[in-house]
Design a protein around this ligand. Sequence first.
Ligand code: ZN
Length: 484
Amino acid sequence: MVCCASLIVLALACCWRSASFAQNALPTASPEDRALAREIFKQLTEINTTDTPKGSVTAGSVAMQKRFLGAGFPAEDVHLLGPDPRKMNLVVRLRAAGPTTEKPVLFLCHMDVVEALRSDWHTDPFEFVEKDGYYYGRGTQDMKDSDAALVATFLRLHKEGYKPKRDLILALTADEEGGKFNGADWLVRQHRDLVDAAYVINPDSGGVELDHGRAVVADVEATEKVYSDFQITATNPGGHSSRPRPDNAIYELTTALSKLAAYTFPFELNEVTRTYFTNLSGQETGQMAADMHAILATPPDLAAAARLSVEPSFNSNFRTTCVATRLNAGHANNALAQTAQANVNCRIFPGHSPEEIRQQLIGIFADPKLSVKYVSDSYIVSDTAPERKAMAPPAPIPEVFGPLTKLTQALWPGVPVTPVMENGASDSIYFALQGIPCYGFSAIALERDDDRAHGQDERLPVDSYWKSLDFFYSFAKAVGKDRE
Ligand SMILES: [Zn+2]
């Protein structure tokens, strides 16, 4: 107890270290708890939350609001709010037992799903079908599974009279997959008081990778790159194509893009990618292992980094990347182009701002006649880009990684927990931009070759759902600082 009383973060780590979990010794959900969790999963899957005329995130939020209020959550702890009638978010708070100075923990779950066409599927995507050990339906992987598991977990904790030592918050949000009303961004900027937290757990990323049923690794997203689009434009007076001029919008643009193609942003590592490659190097052999060790040295071996960069996923982990993704030029076959335009999509390494990268692009193009503008998520074009940097990730904190490791070991014995940097984007970025650390872990185990998110016949193994349910119950209690 002495060590537990001394320092909160260390205390937790030391308590977790001394606790011994036998294999599969987690408290498991009762048959009634499972039945309710399945019912919620079915209900959410069957509510169409696509960003289409048929879809409504609000319908999902209202259905869950009814469940929380019906279960006896106080009305002041269940907030339905949003900037659009069809895009209402739900924020639920499980209150601490008494006054506390500990900041809450936020579970962030998007409720919207990608459109699915009945004609593309073998079952109705908005019907929850259990077949051959799987749940089928749009969102069963991304991410109605975790939405439902967390709703069920909050309801169960409340039913059991569990009082955390800090507030636990669940936010069910709109427009992660697309649409103009991103709920995570809106909530953290407009209603910070409702979602302010010591850190965010986002089950939209990470998870356990299965290889023919064998759990291999548990990925935890500990940071992500910043998504930015830039609009590059060359203009010209144009004229008749029978009389070409020395200056030409298409040639100026393509010359600039060729310079970008030849350019490589500098090699970088942060706490997360360093840990990732340290862990990975232990599983590799030969030149690959040697190169991984070499990039971790001080100073890093850039020749080794160049060899590893041939693999696109490694390259993305090493640096900011910018690549031309769209082109548009000219207005007639027999006219000189008056405008040539490209979209350049950048994935910016944490610690750099979009404006910093915009300035670098201007330097790379080295053509003052080109304009380099920023395109926002809602397609608004502006002369400058945001100065805000995604924070460089903190070292994985014991308060999160302690229980995460213990629980992972209990559910998937021997599987290493590895922090990773996401090269794509999730809603975590909106919280990270506001200085709130985010950890992405789904507690969902999936076969490596069965990722059907956004695709047809999306499905989840039934057993994966039960495991995630047991995981979140114990994890919520751990970060809620339950020490029963
Ligand atoms: Zn998702």
